[in-house]
Design a protein around this ligand. Structure first.
Ligand code: AMP
Length: 307
């Protein structure tokens, strides 16, 4: 624990050491899995419930809403920041993934995070074998995100499986923003017979409607304005579903998005419980409309729930 505190101070030594002293230093940072495990085994369970918020950093209010939710129902909250290389099917996307680690640490600490796990790649994947596990995700990794990002969900499962085995949380907090990922992680929990409960938190949006995302940092101000069209297109479909047929609404939305410069990968309506694609709206059925589109070279995803 002492070593971890020193690491924390060291983190800031090159940046703004004076800023650190403005905060009550009560968040512990672990870089090593073993130290984190030792700490959690000795000091938390069975006395405390552990909430876990896995992230890839470049934190925004959406991430912090997960932390807040965790703090409201768990006694100890662990966040992790790890940009997981094996879930990127595009090396350019991985290289350009925003990194704001010093600001992230300050945000987490000032928002009451108890523990931050900040591992290196070697810590998560000590050897090549540790990247070879395969998870039977079936249909879930063949559709929507799975279809356009082959291997992505296997990479997500690898890292989340590893993190869950280290933290052994009672709750894992995930964002509805990554709707399909929530389902994949629920499947992972089944496959690995873990009792961790998934808590899905609503999508936090900018006042413009744009879903908050770390990748938004790669958009310039004009692109940010255009990016709001993705959500408004989904809303337009949702609001007109009762009177119009979905395929017409979908075609209109795609053409509107393309005119604004988007390259749409998919825009589909699916059943919420199993992501089976549906072509017609049935009143009373729990559905979700999901989309992924590139704006220049930034990939955006969003979804809206339909009751
Ligand atoms: P990421 O850092 O992108 O891997 O996201 C970490 C967690 O934050 C995931 O569970 C995301 O679904 C969630 N998240 C990302 N964006 C938002 C948002 N706008 N609102 C709520 N949760 C979000």
């Amino acid at each position: 624990m002492q070593a971890a505190k020193l690491t924390f101070i060291f983190c800031f030594h090159n940046a703004k050491l004076n800023v650190v002293h403005n905060y009550k230093e009560n968040m512990i940072i672990f870089r090593h899995a073993l130290a984190l495990q030792n700490y959690l085994r000795k000091s938390s369970k069975p006395l405390k419930s552990i909430g876990f918020v896995p992230t890839m950093g470049a934190l925004h209010a959406g991430h912090l809403s997960l932390l807040k939710q965790s703090k409201s129902i768990s006694q100890l909250t662990v966040c992790s920041i790890f940009v997981n290389p094996v879930q990127f099917n595009n090396s350019e996307d991985f290289k350009k993934y925003p990194k704001t680690i010093e600001a992230d640490i300050l945000e987490l600490e000032s928002n009451g995070c108890d523990i931050l796990f900040l591992p290196s790649e070697e810590e998560i994947y000590p050897d090549e074998n540790s990247k070879k596990k395969h998870y039977e995700l079936g249909y879930l990794e063949k559709v929507l995100e799975g279809k356009f990002r082959p291997g992505h969900f296997q990479g997500v499962c690898l890292v989340v499986d590893k993190l869950l085995s280290l933290v052994q949380p009672d709750f894992i907090f995930l964002g509805q923003k990554d709707f399909q990922q929530c389902m994949v992680i629920e499947r992972l929990l089944e496959l690995t017979h873990r009792e961790t409960k998934v808590v899905i938190c609503p999508i936090l949006r900018e006042t413009s409607g744009l879903a908050m995302s770390s990748r938004n940092l790669r958009l310039n101000s004009d692109e940010k304005k255009t990016a709001t069209e993705l959500y408004s297109s989904l809303l337009a479909i949702k609001n007109n579903l009762a009177k119009n047929n979905f395929s017409d609404l979908k075609a209109n939305a795609i053409s509107r998005l393309e005119k604004k410069g988007f390259k749409v990968e998919y825009l589909e309506m699916a059943k919420r419980n199993d992501l089976q694609i549906v072509s017609e709206f049935v009143k009373g059925e729990e559905l979700v409309i999901l989309a992924a589109a590139f704006l220049n070279n930034v990939r955006l995803i969003d979804n809206v729930l339909i009751n």
